[in-house]
Write a protein that binds this ligand. Structure first.
Ligand code: ADP
Ligand code: MG
Length: 729
């Protein structure tokens, strides 16, 4: 067998589980031990500093320098007690993952010795050389400075020996260069807008937070097999590989018992996450072989986003302890399910009310309906933008592939709520209601809780589904930073709530009673946003046709999906709510397009190299063997008899020859297409060119490689096969 593959398999199949447990500890004994959370702040900070930090968290107020010094000193004291030697501003640039630059706590004294130092200045703001982070043209290289600034609403934590301080990352001129900045602005916008609407129902509401509970899907692959697949190692997805005869068709993997080696990985991951205060709750096998999922208890959105990105980082680290590699890519393997990251989202008031949970009385139920209907309306209005917010080269393989929702954004609310909204639409009218109608309406609204309790019809095919007390945005990709989808959704909802309040107030001014005014506006919204509501199978062909009729967009091209960021409607949305300036929006789109181009370029190069350097030579070797065999048959059986005997072999020789010719020709054409695309200056045009002229070759070339995999002697094949990668655990 090819040496690389043989060695990789030998290594992979000899693995034993490695398990760790915190000796005799309950989870509650060590949960959050590595986090500078409220309890620790209370202990390590002065009462004044603690008060200001709490206010900053709750009200977004700023912290003055004197207090920052006190916080830094308390944080340092705690971190050093915990054995930390370094600190870092931890931020989320527009690449995937996070960035950090570690500095030691030391400060040199005049006598040559050092002391541990950490001042408020260093806590609050830093100036990393930012010239190598994507900015989309915002930063010129001569003005490469970028600033990281402390986000007190996400607590500092220790990983290894480093105190990590969550920060935003902005340019010298104040433009956002990260994922966190627009998210924080969006969360602020939705807070204000939602509080104002809540005032109709409950005067005690002074703060509304968005909540997020993500579900992270991923694959675990043995490290040796991963290393023997350059495509996995360089692109996180397999660019070739014939389907395994058995993969997920028996549905025997979903929720099946977790293999021991994986269980040990999951356990260590949980322990590490608990130490970091990430409340992991659920874990299970997913549909595809070697695919798993984990989900925490939901948290405040900004914190949940940080925790997700931190979890992804911990996964990578912990996987290595178990000789696994974790794949966050949306589609690492062809023909089996890819991975997503469902974003469960809701709004929660300071009075403890989940605004998307039906209440116990008509008043809270009307509030529930208000937020439900406004969310549907917001999703309808900004469907194209929401679709853009989850578009990525990886996610493109997943959307619409009969395992994930299509690229058409629609909303599922369930049978009973549909009936309820239909009913509202019928009985409310713009003319004054009769007392009977009002009674009926109220009764109808009272019915909500009972209805939802037995609303178990879960539609798994919907990209945006109401699931009893929250919406679940299912189209988010597994490798994505949730901030992109969450910033968009929360801003869209904020805009909608502001518009709603304006309309209701207008009616109230015209002496229409508050409840009736609310009903009237909701009714209009129910009618307006009807096209986005879909209860059927979103995977079906009929839905595509139906959606087209309803005027919903279905953009499958990633670079074209990004255009939605630049429409007047989207620019207005983001600028009205101070989430992004027009300059920031354009810059971000350039980064997205550039990332798209580069990813396809890398995949194309890797596939070209593998096909020409690994696959074609192997196929030629086997073909030569067959040719020699045929020649031998001729020697032994003579010119007259050998032909019948050699028929099958000659066919194979020809087939191999054809596949080789196709591969060779297509790789050349693909390289030509790249050359043409590379010359294009405009980022969008270049990305479109990559999507339209380079990307299709990936599948075309792969087709021939995968056929060869079935023909060529297994002994000679250089790369681990699907059946080997996916069934080793
Ligand atoms: P499923 O796989 O059936 O969708 P899970 O239990 O795996 O459900 O995940 C549901 C997620 O939704 C969890 O992270 C949970 O904490 C989260 N969730 C529950 N209520 C809310 C809420 N009000 N806001 C945001 N997320 C929520
Ligand atoms: Mg889910």
């Amino acid at each position: 067998m090819a040496v690389i593959r043989f060695n990789a398999l030998k290594e992979a199949y000899g693995r034993k589980p490695i398990c760790v447990e915190p000796p005799g500890l309950l989870t509650s004994d060590y949960f959050g031990i590595n986090v500078f959370d409220r309890l620790k702040m209370e202990k390590y900070l002065t009462a004044e500093a603690f008060g200001q930090v709490m206010e900053a968290i709750e009200k977004g107020s700023s912290i003055d320098r004197k207090i920052a010094d006190q916080v830094a000193s308390g944080m340092k004291a705690w971190a050093i007690e915990m054995g930390a030697t370094h600190y870092t501003h931890w931020f989320q640039p527009l690449t995937e993952g996070t960035a950090e630059k570690h500095d030691a706590f030391i400060e040199l004294l005049e006598n040559g010795s050092v002391i541990e130092m950490f001042s408020g200045k260093l806590l609050v703001q830093q100036e990393p050389d930012a010239s190598s982070f994507p900015s989309g043209g915002i930063r010129n290289t001569f003005e490469a400075r970028g600033y990281t600034a402390w986000d007190p609403s996400s607590p500092a934590f220790i990983v290894g020996k480093t105190l990590s301080i969550p920060t935003i990352f902005v340019s010298y001129t104040g433009e956002a260069l990260d994922h966190k900045t627009p998210l924080l602005r969006a969360l602020n916008a939705v807070d204000k807008a939602a509080v104002n609407v809540c005032q109709y129902f409950d005067k005690d509401v002074t703060k509304v937070i968005a909540t997020l509970g993500w579900e992270q899907e991923y694959f675990l692959i043995d490290e040796a097999l991963y290393n023997a697949r350059p495509d996995l190692a360089l692109t996180e997805r397999t660019l070739m590989g014939h389907a395994s005869s058995k993969d997920q068709q028996l549905e025997d993997q979903y929720f099946a018992s977790v293999p021991e080696r994986v269980e040990c990985f999951m356990r260590e991951l949980e322990i590490e996450c608990y130490k970091l205060g990430i409340p992991l709750k659920t874990k299970h096998n997913e549909v595809a072989p070697n695919q798993y999922e984990c989900a925490p208890i939901f948290e405040e959105c900004n914190l949940a986003v940080d925790h997700n990105i931190l979890l992804m980082d911990m996964m990578k680290r912990v996987a290595r302890h178990h000789n696994f590699r974790v794949l966050h890519h949306e589609k690492p393997f062809k023909d089996i399910n890819g991975s997503g990251k469902h974003n469960n989202w809701s709004l929660l008031t300071n009075t403890g009310t989940n605004l998307l949970a039906p209440g116990k009385n008509p008043k809270t139920n009307l509030q529930f309906l208000t937020f439900l209907v406004n969310t549907v309306k917001a999703v309808y209005k900004h469907a194209d933008l929401l679709r853009a917010s989850i578009a990525s080269p990886g996610n493109a393989h997943r959307l619409g592939a009969n395992e994930a929702p299509p690229a058409i954004i629609s909303v599922f609310i369930g049978k009973q709520l549909t009936r309820m909204l239909d009913h509202l639409e019928e009985i409310v009218s713009s003319k004054k209601m009769t007392p009977d109608e009002k009674t009926e309406l109220k009764l109808n609204v009272i019915k909500v809780p009972k209805i939802l309790l037995d609303n178990t019809d879960r539609n798994r095919t919907s990209p945006f589904a109401f699931t009893g007390n929250k919406f679940e945005f299912r189209a988010v990709g597994s490798s994505a930073n949730c901030a992109s989808a969450m910033a968009t959704l929360n801003t869209a909802v904020a805009e909608q709530l502001v518009a709603f309040k304006k309309e209701v107030d207008k009616l109230i001014k015209k002496d229409i009673k508050k409840d009736e005014a609310i009903f009237q506006v909701l009714r209009k919204y129910i009618t307006d946003s009807k096209p986005v509501r879909f209860e059927g199978n979103s995977y079906s062909e009929e839905w595509k046709k139906e959606a087209l009729k309803r005027g919903l967009t279905n953009v499958s091209s990633v670079p074209e999906a990004y255009d939605a960021y630049l429409t007047e409607k989207s620019v207005k949305l983001f600028t009205d709510f101070d989430v992004l300036t027009e300059r920031e929006i354009i810059a971000r789109n350039n980064v997205r397009l550039d990332t798209y181009t580069k990813k396809i370029q890398i995949e194309s190069r890797v596939l070209g190299d593998l096909a020409i350097n690994h696959i074609v030579p192997t196929a030629i070797k086997y073909q030569t063997l067959l040719i020699e065999n045929v020649k031998g048959l001729k020697d032994v059986f003579g010119e007259k008899d050998f032909k019948d005997l050699a028929v099958g072999r000659i066919q194979l020789i020809e087939e191999i020859g054809e596949h080789i010719s196709h591969i060779k020709a297509k790789v050349e054409k693909m390289i030509e297409a790249r050359k043409v695309a590379n010359k294009i200056e405009d980022e969008r045009e270049k990305a479109v060119s990559y999507a339209d002229t380079v990307f299709p070759f990936l599948d075309e070339i792969r087709y021939h490689v995968d056929k060869l995999e079935l023909i060529v002697d297994d002994e000679m094949w250089p790369l681990p096969k699907y059946r080997e990668i996916l069934f080793n655990r």
